[in-house]
Design a protein around this ligand. Structure first.
Ligand code: AMP
Ligand code: MN
Ligand code: MN
Ligand code: MN
Length: 286
Protein backbone atom coordinates (compact mmCIF):
# COMPACT_ATOMS: atom_id res chain seq x y z
CA UNK A 1 0.00 0.00 0.00
CA UNK A 2 1.26 3.49 -0.83
CA UNK A 3 1.64 5.68 2.23
CA UNK A 4 2.15 9.29 1.15
CA UNK A 5 0.11 12.09 -0.44
CA UNK A 6 0.78 15.46 -2.06
CA UNK A 7 -2.27 17.72 -2.07
CA UNK A 8 -0.73 20.94 -3.44
CA UNK A 9 0.90 21.09 -6.90
CA UNK A 10 1.06 23.34 -9.97
CA UNK A 11 1.27 22.56 -13.68
CA UNK A 12 1.71 24.57 -16.88
CA UNK A 13 -1.99 25.47 -16.56
CA UNK A 14 -0.72 28.11 -14.11
CA UNK A 15 2.89 28.76 -13.10
CA UNK A 16 4.37 25.26 -12.89
CA UNK A 17 6.64 23.85 -15.59
CA UNK A 18 5.28 20.29 -16.01
CA UNK A 19 2.23 19.58 -18.16
CA UNK A 20 -0.63 18.11 -16.09
CA UNK A 21 -0.16 14.60 -17.55
CA UNK A 22 3.61 14.71 -16.86
CA UNK A 23 2.95 15.80 -13.29
CA UNK A 24 0.62 12.81 -12.80
CA UNK A 25 3.23 10.43 -14.23
CA UNK A 26 5.87 11.90 -11.92
CA UNK A 27 3.53 11.47 -8.93
CA UNK A 28 3.04 7.82 -9.89
CA UNK A 29 6.79 7.29 -10.21
CA UNK A 30 7.19 8.85 -6.75
CA UNK A 31 4.71 6.17 -5.57
CA UNK A 32 2.27 8.65 -4.10
CA UNK A 33 -1.11 7.32 -2.98
CA UNK A 34 -2.89 10.62 -3.73
CA UNK A 35 -1.97 13.70 -5.73
CA UNK A 36 -4.03 16.89 -6.11
CA UNK A 37 -3.49 19.39 -8.91
CA UNK A 38 -4.16 22.87 -7.49
CA UNK A 39 -3.31 25.45 -10.14
CA UNK A 40 -3.79 29.14 -9.38
CA UNK A 41 -7.17 30.52 -10.43
CA UNK A 42 -7.90 27.90 -13.11
CA UNK A 43 -9.33 24.43 -13.67
CA UNK A 44 -7.76 24.25 -17.15
CA UNK A 45 -5.31 21.43 -16.28
CA UNK A 46 -7.73 19.16 -14.45
CA UNK A 47 -9.17 17.27 -17.42
CA UNK A 48 -5.76 16.28 -18.76
CA UNK A 49 -4.61 15.27 -15.26
CA UNK A 50 -7.72 13.17 -14.63
CA UNK A 51 -7.30 11.35 -17.95
CA UNK A 52 -3.63 10.66 -17.23
CA UNK A 53 -4.51 9.32 -13.76
CA UNK A 54 -7.36 7.07 -14.92
CA UNK A 55 -5.24 4.02 -15.88
CA UNK A 56 -3.04 4.33 -12.77
CA UNK A 57 -4.74 2.11 -10.20
CA UNK A 58 -2.39 2.88 -7.30
CA UNK A 59 -2.70 6.67 -7.61
CA UNK A 60 -5.82 8.60 -6.62
CA UNK A 61 -6.26 11.94 -8.35
CA UNK A 62 -7.93 14.86 -6.55
CA UNK A 63 -9.04 17.78 -8.74
CA UNK A 64 -8.22 21.05 -7.01
CA UNK A 65 -7.56 24.76 -7.33
CA UNK A 66 -5.67 27.44 -5.37
CA UNK A 67 -7.56 30.71 -4.93
CA UNK A 68 -6.05 33.95 -3.67
CA UNK A 69 -8.18 35.91 -1.20
CA UNK A 70 -7.97 39.30 0.51
CA UNK A 71 -5.47 38.76 3.32
CA UNK A 72 -5.67 40.29 6.80
CA UNK A 73 -1.88 40.50 6.40
CA UNK A 74 0.72 38.73 4.26
CA UNK A 75 -0.63 36.21 1.74
CA UNK A 76 -3.90 34.30 2.01
CA UNK A 77 -4.37 31.37 -0.36
CA UNK A 78 -7.19 28.85 -0.09
CA UNK A 79 -7.02 25.43 -1.69
CA UNK A 80 -10.18 23.80 -2.96
CA UNK A 81 -9.73 20.02 -2.89
CA UNK A 82 -12.10 17.60 -4.59
CA UNK A 83 -13.91 20.26 -6.59
CA UNK A 84 -16.20 19.67 -9.55
CA UNK A 85 -14.30 21.55 -12.29
CA UNK A 86 -17.51 22.34 -14.15
CA UNK A 87 -19.30 23.98 -11.20
CA UNK A 88 -20.37 27.56 -12.05
CA UNK A 89 -19.48 28.72 -8.52
CA UNK A 90 -15.79 27.96 -8.98
CA UNK A 91 -15.62 28.95 -12.65
CA UNK A 92 -16.94 32.40 -11.89
CA UNK A 93 -14.57 33.21 -9.03
CA UNK A 94 -11.60 31.82 -11.00
CA UNK A 95 -12.53 33.94 -14.03
CA UNK A 96 -12.70 37.05 -11.85
CA UNK A 97 -9.26 36.29 -10.41
CA UNK A 98 -7.83 35.83 -13.92
CA UNK A 99 -9.36 39.11 -15.09
CA UNK A 100 -7.70 40.86 -12.17
CA UNK A 101 -4.38 39.38 -13.36
CA UNK A 102 -4.96 40.74 -16.85
CA UNK A 103 -5.41 44.20 -15.33
CA UNK A 104 -2.42 43.86 -13.02
CA UNK A 105 0.30 42.37 -15.23
CA UNK A 106 0.84 45.42 -17.48
CA UNK A 107 0.99 47.58 -14.33
CA UNK A 108 3.82 45.42 -12.97
CA UNK A 109 5.66 45.72 -16.27
CA UNK A 110 5.14 49.50 -16.23
CA UNK A 111 6.60 49.73 -12.72
CA UNK A 112 9.61 47.70 -13.75
CA UNK A 113 10.19 50.05 -16.68
CA UNK A 114 10.07 53.03 -14.31
CA UNK A 115 12.67 51.21 -12.21
CA UNK A 116 14.91 50.98 -15.24
CA UNK A 117 14.18 47.32 -15.99
CA UNK A 118 12.76 47.40 -19.51
CA UNK A 119 10.83 44.14 -19.78
CA UNK A 120 7.69 44.03 -21.91
CA UNK A 121 4.41 42.11 -21.66
CA UNK A 122 5.65 40.16 -24.70
CA UNK A 123 8.72 39.01 -22.73
CA UNK A 124 6.45 37.91 -19.90
CA UNK A 125 4.07 36.10 -22.26
CA UNK A 126 7.01 34.36 -23.89
CA UNK A 127 8.32 33.29 -20.47
CA UNK A 128 4.90 31.81 -19.79
CA UNK A 129 4.66 30.05 -23.15
CA UNK A 130 8.18 28.61 -23.25
CA UNK A 131 7.44 25.66 -20.99
CA UNK A 132 4.42 24.76 -23.10
CA UNK A 133 2.15 26.72 -20.78
CA UNK A 134 -1.31 27.53 -22.05
CA UNK A 135 -0.70 30.88 -20.39
CA UNK A 136 -4.28 31.17 -19.22
CA UNK A 137 -2.80 32.32 -15.94
CA UNK A 138 0.16 34.69 -16.06
CA UNK A 139 1.53 35.16 -12.57
CA UNK A 140 4.41 37.06 -10.99
CA UNK A 141 6.37 33.83 -11.41
CA UNK A 142 6.32 34.38 -15.18
CA UNK A 143 7.47 37.98 -14.74
CA UNK A 144 10.25 36.63 -12.53
CA UNK A 145 11.26 34.18 -15.25
CA UNK A 146 11.32 36.98 -17.83
CA UNK A 147 13.67 38.93 -15.53
CA UNK A 148 15.97 35.91 -15.17
CA UNK A 149 16.04 35.40 -18.93
CA UNK A 150 16.96 39.01 -19.60
CA UNK A 151 19.75 38.76 -17.03
CA UNK A 152 18.35 41.30 -14.55
CA UNK A 153 18.45 38.77 -11.70
CA UNK A 154 20.16 35.42 -11.12
CA UNK A 155 17.04 33.45 -10.26
CA UNK A 156 13.32 33.85 -9.57
CA UNK A 157 13.99 34.05 -5.85
CA UNK A 158 16.08 37.18 -6.39
CA UNK A 159 13.37 38.58 -8.69
CA UNK A 160 10.87 38.36 -5.83
CA UNK A 161 13.31 39.67 -3.24
CA UNK A 162 14.29 42.72 -5.28
CA UNK A 163 11.30 43.58 -7.45
CA UNK A 164 8.14 41.50 -7.22
CA UNK A 165 7.56 40.52 -3.59
CA UNK A 166 5.07 42.36 -1.40
CA UNK A 167 6.69 45.59 -0.23
CA UNK A 168 9.09 45.68 -3.22
CA UNK A 169 8.96 48.55 -5.75
CA UNK A 170 7.54 46.37 -8.55
CA UNK A 171 4.70 44.97 -6.43
CA UNK A 172 1.15 45.71 -7.57
CA UNK A 173 -1.98 44.56 -5.72
CA UNK A 174 -4.77 42.78 -7.53
CA UNK A 175 -8.43 42.45 -6.65
CA UNK A 176 -9.24 39.24 -4.83
CA UNK A 177 -12.40 37.78 -3.32
CA UNK A 178 -13.03 38.04 0.40
CA UNK A 179 -12.06 34.82 2.20
CA UNK A 180 -15.70 33.79 2.74
CA UNK A 181 -16.39 34.23 -0.99
CA UNK A 182 -13.52 31.91 -1.93
CA UNK A 183 -14.65 29.34 0.65
CA UNK A 184 -18.27 29.53 -0.51
CA UNK A 185 -17.22 29.06 -4.16
CA UNK A 186 -15.19 25.96 -3.21
CA UNK A 187 -18.11 24.53 -1.23
CA UNK A 188 -20.43 25.36 -4.13
CA UNK A 189 -18.22 23.12 -6.27
CA UNK A 190 -18.38 20.31 -3.69
CA UNK A 191 -14.79 20.81 -2.50
CA UNK A 192 -13.03 21.14 0.82
CA UNK A 193 -11.63 24.58 1.66
CA UNK A 194 -8.09 24.42 3.03
CA UNK A 195 -5.92 27.26 4.35
CA UNK A 196 -2.70 26.97 2.29
CA UNK A 197 0.77 27.58 3.78
CA UNK A 198 -0.35 29.39 6.98
CA UNK A 199 3.23 30.64 7.49
CA UNK A 200 2.69 33.01 4.55
CA UNK A 201 0.00 34.90 6.48
CA UNK A 202 2.95 36.59 8.13
CA UNK A 203 1.41 36.49 11.61
CA UNK A 204 4.04 37.46 14.13
CA UNK A 205 2.53 35.73 17.14
CA UNK A 206 0.36 32.73 17.89
CA UNK A 207 -2.63 34.70 19.12
CA UNK A 208 -2.81 36.57 15.84
CA UNK A 209 -2.63 33.36 13.81
CA UNK A 210 -5.36 31.84 15.95
CA UNK A 211 -7.63 34.86 15.46
CA UNK A 212 -7.20 34.73 11.68
CA UNK A 213 -7.78 30.98 11.44
CA UNK A 214 -10.76 31.18 13.80
CA UNK A 215 -12.32 33.78 11.49
CA UNK A 216 -11.75 31.52 8.48
CA UNK A 217 -13.19 28.59 10.40
CA UNK A 218 -16.33 30.62 11.09
CA UNK A 219 -16.50 31.32 7.35
CA UNK A 220 -16.54 27.55 6.71
CA UNK A 221 -12.87 26.55 6.40
CA UNK A 222 -12.51 22.75 6.55
CA UNK A 223 -8.78 22.13 7.05
CA UNK A 224 -5.29 23.60 7.40
CA UNK A 225 -2.24 22.76 5.30
CA UNK A 226 0.05 21.76 8.17
CA UNK A 227 2.77 20.21 6.00
CA UNK A 228 4.21 22.47 3.30
CA UNK A 229 7.62 23.09 1.77
CA UNK A 230 7.78 26.48 3.56
CA UNK A 231 6.98 24.97 6.98
CA UNK A 232 9.60 23.79 9.43
CA UNK A 233 8.76 21.22 12.11
CA UNK A 234 7.64 23.94 14.50
CA UNK A 235 5.17 25.43 12.02
CA UNK A 236 3.75 22.00 11.28
CA UNK A 237 3.25 21.36 14.99
CA UNK A 238 1.66 24.79 15.44
CA UNK A 239 -0.81 24.04 12.63
CA UNK A 240 -1.66 20.56 13.87
CA UNK A 241 -2.31 21.96 17.39
CA UNK A 242 -4.42 24.78 16.06
CA UNK A 243 -6.46 22.45 13.84
CA UNK A 244 -7.06 20.20 16.84
CA UNK A 245 -8.23 23.07 18.95
CA UNK A 246 -10.57 24.48 16.30
CA UNK A 247 -11.89 21.13 15.08
CA UNK A 248 -10.36 21.50 11.60
CA UNK A 249 -8.75 18.79 9.46
CA UNK A 250 -5.05 18.73 8.54
CA UNK A 251 -3.57 18.10 5.09
CA UNK A 252 -0.26 18.73 3.42
CA UNK A 253 1.49 19.21 0.13
CA UNK A 254 4.70 20.33 -1.50
CA UNK A 255 3.52 23.34 -3.58
CA UNK A 256 5.53 21.76 -6.40
CA UNK A 257 6.11 24.08 -9.40
CA UNK A 258 8.61 21.95 -11.36
CA UNK A 259 11.62 23.95 -12.52
CA UNK A 260 10.01 27.23 -11.41
CA UNK A 261 10.82 26.35 -7.78
CA UNK A 262 13.88 24.12 -8.09
CA UNK A 263 14.18 23.55 -4.34
CA UNK A 264 10.69 22.06 -4.01
CA UNK A 265 10.25 18.36 -4.83
CA UNK A 266 7.03 16.53 -5.58
CA UNK A 267 5.94 14.54 -2.54
CA UNK A 268 8.13 16.54 -0.13
CA UNK A 269 7.67 17.10 2.69
CA UNK A 270 6.37 13.61 3.33
CA UNK A 271 2.68 13.69 4.23
CA UNK A 272 1.44 10.39 5.49
CA UNK A 273 -1.99 9.00 4.57
CA UNK A 274 -2.20 8.07 8.25
CA UNK A 275 -1.95 11.76 9.27
CA UNK A 276 -5.23 12.59 7.47
CA UNK A 277 -8.50 12.24 9.35
CA UNK A 278 -10.81 9.35 8.45
CA UNK A 279 -13.26 11.61 6.65
CA UNK A 280 -10.51 13.12 4.49
CA UNK A 281 -9.19 9.65 3.65
CA UNK A 282 -12.63 8.43 2.60
CA UNK A 283 -13.01 11.56 0.54
CA UNK A 284 -9.68 10.99 -1.25
CA UNK A 285 -10.29 7.24 -1.68
CA UNK A 286 -7.42 5.97 0.51
P1 AMP B 1 0.81 35.92 -8.18
O1 AMP B 1 -0.18 34.80 -8.02
O2 AMP B 1 0.87 36.47 -9.56
O3 AMP B 1 0.72 36.96 -7.13
O4 AMP B 1 2.25 35.25 -8.02
C1 AMP B 1 2.52 34.47 -6.92
C2 AMP B 1 3.37 33.28 -7.31
O5 AMP B 1 4.72 33.66 -7.32
C3 AMP B 1 3.24 32.21 -6.26
O6 AMP B 1 2.39 31.22 -6.73
C4 AMP B 1 4.59 31.64 -6.14
O7 AMP B 1 4.70 30.60 -7.08
C5 AMP B 1 5.48 32.74 -6.56
N1 AMP B 1 6.07 33.49 -5.43
C6 AMP B 1 5.46 34.39 -4.63
N2 AMP B 1 6.32 34.92 -3.74
C7 AMP B 1 7.51 34.34 -3.99
C8 AMP B 1 8.82 34.46 -3.43
N3 AMP B 1 9.05 35.30 -2.41
N4 AMP B 1 9.81 33.72 -3.96
C9 AMP B 1 9.56 32.89 -4.99
N5 AMP B 1 8.35 32.72 -5.56
C10 AMP B 1 7.34 33.42 -5.07
MN1 MN C 1 2.74 29.67 -8.04
MN1 MN D 1 0.10 29.75 -2.58
MN1 MN E 1 0.59 26.89 -4.57
Amino acid sequence: MRRFVDLHTHSTASDGTLAPADLIRQADRAELAVVALTDHDTVAGLDEARRAAEPLDALQFVPGIELSAQPPSGTLHILGLGIDPSAPAILSVAAQLRQARVRRNPQIVQRLRWLGVPVTMDDVRRAALDAGSEAEVISRMHVARALVRAGWVRDTKEAFARYLGKGCPGYVERERPAPHEAITAIHGAGGLAVLAHPVQLGCTERGELERVVRGLSEAGLDAIEAWHSDHDAEWTRLCVDLADRLGLGVVGGSDFHGGAKPGVRLGRPRVSVAALSGSLRRRFGV
